[in-house]
Design a protein around this ligand. Structure first.
Ligand SMILES: *Cc1c(COP(=O)(O)O)cnc(C)c1O
Length: 219
């Protein structure tokens, strides 16, 4: 049962780790079951699906976009999205900034870092992030705020490999924190860990875990 699964996962979370309930493909009534058990953070990977659910469901839900985002779709979520986990280019960040300005708000974003050794995953290389953070073009963006990093481990049963990839993301987060955000307390999130690997991610310093099937069942 959804509420039992949710409460079980939550009861084991250390302080400082937040649970994003990944509700992609799930119905409004399934989401409401989690909502009625106290869950307020939900993650979706498709823009249209998230916008539809936002319109239909209680307005105190915080919607997190966790899937790849195309620039031309930012406008559909800019007025309500709580956190975009999947920023993977400067061009996308510029569009998010522009749409945030139109809506008279600041949009919190995570930079998605490419940590897996698979060709299929989106994300920045670490060097690209450093170059971007150093650039004047980046410093001119006033309506976005980078609150941390997101990463997805390689799809594998090799737990040591997964742990090493999460560890690398944590190390990179700490180095960016001290180089670029030393006095900015909002730069604090590491989004890593899904149903199969969130315990490892927490050991490696995750602050946001994105869990779908372990709450809602398989898709
Ligand atoms: C679907 C998805 C998840 C959740 O996956 P589960 O294995 O169902 O927990 C987490 N992160 C991203 C980016 C996803 O697309």
């Amino acid at each position: 049962m959804i509420s039992e699964n949710l409460l079980k996962i939550k009861s084991d979370l250390p302080e400082g780790v937040k649970l994003i309930a990944v509700s992609k493909t799930k119905t409004a009534s399934e989401i409401l079951e989690a909502y009625n058990a106290g869950q307020r953070l939900f993650g979706e990977n498709k823009v249209q699906e998230m916008a539809g659910k936002y319109a239909e469901l209680p307005k105190d839900i915080q919607w997190h976009l966790i899937g790849h985002l195309q620039s031309n779709k930012v406008k559909y979520i800019a007025h309500f999205v709580s956190l975009i986990h999947s920023v993977d280019s400067f061009k996308l960040l510029e569009v998010i900034d522009k749409e945030a300005l139109k809506n008279d708000r600041t949009i919190d974003c995570l930079l998605q870092v490419y940590i897996a050794d698979e060709k299929t995953k989106f994300g920045f290389d670490k060097n690209e992030i450093i170059l971007m953070l150093e650039s004047d073009e980046f410093k001119n963006l006033k309506n976005i705020r980078i609150t941390g990093l997101m990463g997805m481990a390689t799809f594998t049963n090799d737990l040591v490999k997964i742990k090493n990839e999460f560890h690398g993301l944590s190390i990179f987060f700490n180095s960016l924190k001290s180089s670029f955000f030393p006095s900015y307390t909002y730069f604090k999130e590491i989004s890593m860990g899904m149903s199969s690997d969130y315990q490892i991610a927490i050991e490696e310093g995750s602050t946001l875990i994105r869990v779908g099937s372990k709450i809602f069942g398989s898709r």
